[in-house]
Structure formats: C-alpha cells, structure tokens
Ligand binder design. Structure first.
Ligand SMILES: Cc1cc2nc3c(=O)[nH]c(=O)nc-3n(C[C@H](O)[C@H](O)[C@H](O)COP(=O)(O)OP(=O)(O)OC[C@H]3O[C@@H](n4cnc5c(N)ncnc54)[C@H](O)[C@@H]3O)c2cc1C
Length: 654
C-alpha cells in the first residue's frame, strides 16, 4: 500500500519534470500559421530525424519543421525505464502495430513487426543495445557506393559527436569490461555498462573458461574492435534512464525558435513542385493529414524535404508519391513520377530465435520470471527506479551477449569481412519468446536469443492500396536463402555446446517446448528454427544507397535519384544489413548526413521561388489548401490518443 502511494507521488513528480523540459512541440498545424517558411521539412521525428533536426538548427538562421505521426512520451512511465523496453511494443499506442506477410521460410507464419511511432521513433521503444557496426560494415558501404567518406576511417569521427559513455550507476570497477579508446565521452546519446550483476552473469563468464570455443571480448561495440566473442552489453542509457534521439537530440535543441515539431500527423505523400533545367523532378512539398478523414494539408520547404520515416515508412511514402516500381504503381492507378524498381526492394532484416531453457526449481526464484508475475514486486522495483535509480529496472533485460561465425566450407561470405559475425547470442535471465508480456504462469526460465546478423535473404515493402492508413505489405522473406538457415542451425548448435558447460549443470533443467527438445539433427533443428524464429526488428535497405547511375534509390549523398530537393536519412539507405545492432549505425549515418546537408547548404542558396509554394497555413485547420480527395477512414487507432501508462493487453510484464 505504502509503496503504491510513493509510486503515485513519484509519477506525478516525474511527469512535472518532463513537462518542464518540453520545447516547441505542437499538435495543431494552425500554430505554424503566419510563420516564416521552413528551409527543411523532415518527415519522421525518429532516430535519424532528430539527429538531423538538431544539427541543422545549430545555425539559428535555418528553420526546420519535423512532422511525426506519433505522439510524445509525456506521462509514459515505462518509456525511460531501460528494463521495460520489451513491453513498449507491439500492440501499444507507441508502435505502428504492423505484422509481416506470411513467411514462406518460416512455416508461413505471420507475426508482429514492431516499429516505434512516437517522438524518438524506434530509439524510444527499442531494447537499447548500443553498437557502432563493424569497421568492415562501413567499409563495405564505401565500396558499394564508391564513396570513401562512408569508410570507417571517416565515420569514426562521428562516434565523438554521438556517444557519451558514462559509468554504470553502481560505480563498479569497469576495468576490462570496455576499451576507452574506442568510445566517445562527450557526445549526445548516453551509453553505459550494466549496473546490476544478475545471477547468470557469473555462469556466462565461467563458461568461457570451460568451453574454449567461446572467448571473452573486452568490448563488443564494434568499430575498430571485432565484436567476435562474448562480453558485456552496452546500452543506450545514462543514470539508469533511456537515452533516445528524442531525449538526446531533440530536448537539447528544444529551446531553439528555429525548430518546430508537429506531432500526430501522418505524412501521406510528397508532391512534385517543378522540374529543374537538368530535367530532375523537384519535390519540395509535403502533404499530411491529422487523421483518417481529415483534409490533406500541404506545406513547402525552401531547401529540401528529408525523409526519415524509417525502413518501412520511407518506401511507403515514396510509393504513395509515385516514386517506385512503375508496374506496381500502375496497378494502383498511381501516376508514376519516377520509375525506380528498387524502392521497397532489398529489405534486409536480422532474425531472432528465442531458445528457452527451463531452470531447475531450486533456482527459479533467481530468475526474473517470478518478480515479473507479481504486481507488488513490479511496483517496488518501479518506485526504486523512480526515487533512487536503484534496482533491477535501471538495467537492460540482458547483461551479456556474444558474436560468432560459422565455417564457410567454400561458400561465399555474406559478412562484410572476417572480423564481422554471422550470428549473435544474447543471454537473458527470464522467459522471452516474443516481444510483449507473455510468460508461463509458473517456473523460471533462461533464454538465449540467437540472431542471424549477416542475412542473405531479401524481401520487400509494398503499399497495398492508395489509402495511407493501410499498412504496407512487409515481406522480409526470412530464411529463404540456404546460408541463412545454416547459420541459424549452427547458432542453435553453438548454444547447446555453450549450455553443456559445467557452469550450467546445476542451473538448467532442460529445454522448453517440444520443438526445441526434438531438435537433434539438421532437419529437426531446421524445423525448430523455422517454427519459432521471429524478427530482430532491424530492417534496412528499402531505399538503398548505391553507386551513382546504377541501381539503388539514393546516391552516396543520400539524394533520391532522378529527383531534386529530396533526401533520405534513415535505416532504409543502408545497402546491406550492418552485422551488429542497427540503432548505432543509424545515429552515425545521420550525423554524417547532417554534415552532407550543411555542405550542400554552403554551396547553394535557398531554392528559387519557382520551385516552392509558400506555406499558406492559417489559424483554422479547414483553411489549409485541400489538394486531393480526403483520405478514407483507415484501420489504425485514432491519432493523439496517447499518454498515460502503456495499456498492454496483459497485466504481467514481458
Ligand atoms: C522493438 C525494437 C527493438 C529494437 N532493439 C534494438 C536494440 O536493442 N539495439 C539496436 O541497435 N537497435 C534496435 N532496434 C532497431 C533500431 O531501433 C532501428 O534500426 C533504428 O532506431 C531505426 O531508426 P530510423 O531513424 O531509421 O527509424 P525510426 O526510428 O523508426 O524513425 C522513423 C520515424 O518516422 C515516423 N514516421 C513513419 N512514417 C511516417 C509518416 N507517414 N508520417 C509521419 N511520421 C512517420 C515514425 O513514427 C518514426 O518516429 C530495435 C527496434 C525495435 C522496433
């Protein structure tokens, strides 16, 4: 009772602090009525979008408008709590609540496909694992684009701008747990090592001495250091609080009068505003709606429109705008403005297989499962986090992970080089089968998630109709390539060798589920993999960078091919999957993109008036120029209905 009261008081106090920190975020488009034109309109206030918004508005003469479909996190207690990442999506008001198309490589299963729809985008709802990509990942991009500026030698300078590695909250001696020379200590996004040692950590480390195949890696962040081996997870947290692009990049720019963020608006398409003398179609106009049935509103940028709507949102907007595969667009009666068959193609994603072990009864209380089933315990942990920044919730859900390669036996290597992994293992002291709160009613569990990090299979993102509120068809075609299934199979074999070490003999009772228990040879392991694999939520590549003049959607300066005034800055431009977690690579990419845009600014003046339509925003929403038929009602939840504690279908935590 007392703890609940403390919790409530603290929530109110916490909300007060958040409100004070808020800057120029508006939800009513009429509030930009009569203001000066915007130099840049950024579509998507997500991970990359706020990096670019922050950097461009460092120059007080440059005006930037960010249009975001989601809402802010004011009043959402769970969002800043690192441990609660997995309950923020799916099936909450902070995500797009997509599902994948039936996956032929995964027994035709359909499952949820989380994407953040909130200020900060995926960085506000993700699982916070902090890595840079390997040097080989970046060098591969430089090779594919013939642009050495994407090489690691050049990209590593952005670590200093983006990363702020801070000591873990418990102040423990971190010698040997990270390599200082790899890191930045004064950048924007806080990152740190785990603060709380959990019961399985010492067993993971003991295994390294018992199974020689698994070696310790002092720092798995990537960059100059190969991530191969097993080490401590670094998370995008500081002082026990999530650091997102919203908290790190937006809030530090929030007081700038030249930055405006308009939330709860769905960008439906970009609009051609002219043609340059070189024959390029200019796109400096953006159309958006406040919800299904609202009239479209059109607004212009004097310099550029920057798409940062993510690997699903960006190709969707391009296709709705008439930029995409002509054959697909014609089927939907969308006038083709730029025929580019690569828009929405080349979707790479990492896969995740949760391998779950049942923990012996005597140890069950030492897993997180019992705690997470008990509302009282959750309340106590939450108030510890709120009041003291202590307890379990200051941590991520896992403290250790590792990366490894399979034997290639003469086949081509899909990794960008020998220092980069084929698969990953994450060790978590709880039951984790799918994103969300489900767990069995009793027992304790130990999950080792194995991920394919160098996938070969590629898929597509395609709009299914001209209604912007209809979800696109997301078909990653997981494990349709032989390499991918072999790598996943070998990852299962690896974790079975890992858990055969003496360190686990008094901890693990057995494998959870019939499919895992039956997985003994190639065929049965493959069946198990195909039966339970889901997305690791790292889609990239759907508006890929490429060599000038050849395939791809953007050039190496991220300008859309065949277009003028239109750039893409988000995960969709990566030509291949980074072989590590994708958030850090997106931050690095966006930091460099901001420099590219600033350089272009210096070499050009603001666009000529013949290519721009001055915004005609007035005080009434109905007075915006209505330039097309109002969108028909869609199926997504009404906009602007967020705030408050996450309402999840289940009451227990993940
Ligand atoms: C649940 C989850 C867990 C993850 N865990 C990790 C992890 O632990 N570590 C890691 O490195 N990576 C993780 N990732 C992946 C990582 O977060 C993403 O790769 C990265 O943040 C993507 O950044 P982005 O800028 O491309 O897109 P986003 O951050 O998704 O930004 C896109 C923004 O555009 C907005 N938008 C889209 N369409 C429209 C529209 N039509 N109109 C207006 N706004 C629009 C969206 O609402 C969103 O805010 C995770 C992702 C998810 C979803």
């Amino acid at each position: 009772m007392q703890s609940t009261a403390i919790l409530l008081v603290s929530v109110v106090f916490y909300l007060g602090i958040i409100q004070l920190a808020l800057g120029v975020i508006i939800t009513d488009p009429s509030q930009i009525a009569g203001t000066s034109p915007f130099d840049y309109i950024i579509v998507g206030g997500g991970t990359a979008g706020f990096v670019v918004a922050n950097r461009l508005t460092e120059n007080s003469t440059i005006r930037v408008l960010v249009l975001e479909a989601g809402i802010g996190d004011e009043g959402v207690l769970e969002m800043p709590i690192p441990f609660m990442g997995p309950i923020l999506t799916p099936e909450t008001q902070f995500g797009w609540n997509y599902t994948v198309a039936p996956q032929i490589g995964l027994d035709n299963r359909v499952f949820s496909y989380p994407r953040g729809r909130v200020l900060g985008g995926c960085s506000a709802v993700n699982y916070l694992i902090h890595q840079f990509g390997t040097d080989e990942d970046w060098n591969r991009i430089a090779n594919l684009t013939s642009d050495p500026n994407w090489s690691w030698t050049n990209m590593k300078q952005y670590v200093q701008k983006y990363e702020n590695l801070v000591p873990p909250l418990d102040g423990h001696n971190t010698t040997g747990q990270f390599i200082p020379s790899l890191h930045g200590f004064s950048g924007m996004v806080a990152a740190s090592l785990p603060a709380l040692n959990v019961t399985i950590d010492s067993r993971v480390m003991a295994t390294l001495g018992q199974q020689s195949e698994f070696k310790y890696n002092e720092d798995t962040v990537g960059g100059d250091q190969s991530p191969l081996g097993i080490g401590f997870i670094q998370s995008s947290t500081g002082g026990g609080v999530r650091s997102s692009s919203y908290t790190a990049y937006y809030l530090t720019a929030a007081t700038r009068p030249n930055l405006v963020v308009l939330t709860s608006v769905m960008v439906t398409n970009i609009v051609q505003t002219g043609t340059t003398s070189a024959g390029l179609k200019a796109f400096r106009s953006v159309q958006f709606v406040q919800g299904p049935g609202f009239p479209p509103i059109t607004i212009n940028a004097t310099r550029e429109v920057i798409l940062s709507a993510g690997s699903i949102g960006t190709p969707k907007i391009l296709q709705l705008s008439g930029i995409g595969n002509a054959a697909d667009l014609k089927k939907l009666n969308i006038p083709v403005l730029i025929n580019n068959t690569d828009v929405g193609n080349n979707l790479f994603d990492h896969t995740l297989l949760p391998n779950i072990f049942v923990v012996k009864d005597a140890n069950a209380n030492n897993t997180f499962d019992n705690l997470l089933r008990d509302p009282n315990q959750i309340s106590i942990q939450t108030s510890d986090w709120l009041i003291n920044k202590t307890g379990l919730f200051v941590n991520n859900i896992a403290n250790n992970f590792g990366f490894a390669r399979i034997a290639l036996n003469g086949s081509a290597d899909p990794a960008p080089g020998p220092k980069s992994p084929h698969y990953e293992m994450i060790f978590a002291n709880l039951f984790f089968q799918n994103p969300g709160p489900f767990r069995p009613a009793t027992g304790g569990y130990f999950t080792i998630g194995t991920m394919l990090t160098s996938p070969v299979s590629t898929g597509t993102v395609k709009i299914s109709s001209t209604n912007p509120f209809d979800p696109p068809i997301i078909d990653p075609r997981y494990l349709t390539n032989q390499f991918d299934i072999i790598a996943m199979r070998e990852s299962v074999r690896a974790i079975l060798r890992f858990t055969a070490a003496p360190a686990w003999s008094d901890w693990i009772a057995g494998r959870f589920g019939q499919a895992f228990q039956n997985a003994t040879d190639d065929a049965s392991i493959d069946a198990y993999v195909r039966n339970l694999t889901i997305s690791d939520m790292h889609p990239v590549g759907t508006a890929s960078m490429s060599i000038a003049g050849t395939s791809g959607v953007v050039d190496s300066n991220l300008l859309v091919k065949g277009a003028d005034g239109l750039r893409i800055v988000d995960a969709s431009v990566f030509p291949r999957s980074p072989s590590l977690h994708s958030q850090g690579p997106v931050y690095l990419l966006a930091e460099r993109a901001a420099d590219i845009i600033k350089a272009a600014q210096r070499s050009t003046t603001s666009s000529t008036t013949s290519l721009s339509i001055t915004p005609t925003v007035t005080s009434s929403k109905t007075s915006f120029p209505v330039t097309s038929t109002p969108a028909s009602p869609g199926t997504v939840p009404e906009f602007g209905q967020c705030g408050g504690i996450v309402s999840h279908p289940s009451t227990v935590l993940f």
